[in-house]
Design a protein around this ligand. Structure first.
Ligand SMILES: [Zn+2]
Length: 188
């Protein structure tokens, strides 16, 4: 999927997640925190490609990553997603006071990238280091901009027309962990 496709898909996913109130923080979050966070999160997995937006900016990370794991390897997995959450919690959050809605949207953006890549024929190794790839190839071509835009618009329109009381919270344990994070932080 193209960078533009990932950015659009992440914003559509954020609107849907906010409407569904998947976490209380996202439901009441500040769009000025959540939009930049979800956009950043949606670009992070492609750090394993030196030609990607972040890969070009941080070649010191993208070159070794692409050599070691290849494109759509480790960074496109559940393990990397959890690694990001732990890294943020232990290495970033203690030193920079960043609000919980930014953190939740960042994780959502990352996850949206993995879901979006699953819509292409090559899929993603979600359970890396297992080689099994997960795909729901709705997008027939790898970089079909029209198809990518269409899917994002469908999600966005669907989210905007959701019945007001239809919600879908994450399991209590996950929300509890996220809430603990929220309680510890001072919002910016
Ligand atoms: Zn990707």
């Amino acid at each position: 999927m193209t960078a533009e496709g990932h950015l659009l898909f992440s914003v559509a996913t954020l609107v849907l997640a906010q409407k569904l109130e998947i976490t209380p923080v996202l439901a009441q979050g500040d769009w000025f925190h959540m939009i930049p966070a979800v956009l950043l999160g949606s670009l992070l997995p492609d750090l394993d490609h030196p030609g990607s937006i972040l890969g070009r900016l941080f070649r010191i990370i993208s070159l070794p990553l692409s050599k070691l794991c290849g494109h759509r390897g480790f960074t496109h997995s559940l393990l990397a997603f959890c690694g990001l959450a732990i890294l943020w919690e232990t290495q970033v959050a203690p030193y920079i006071a960043i609000s919980a809605d930014f953190f939740h949207a960042l994780l959502l953006g990352y996850l949206s990238h993995l879901l979006a890549d699953m819509l292409t024929p090559s899929g993603v190794p979600f359970l890396w280091p297992l080689k099994m790839r997960f795909a729901l190839p709705i997008l027939a071509k790898k970089n079909s901009k029209k198809g990518e835009r269409f899917i994002s618009v469908i999600i966005l329109v669907g989210a905007l027309f959701l019945p007001p009381h239809l919600t879908f919270s994450l399991p209590t344990q996950i929300n509890h962990w996220l809430q603990m994070y929220h309680d510890k932080r001072t919002p910016f």
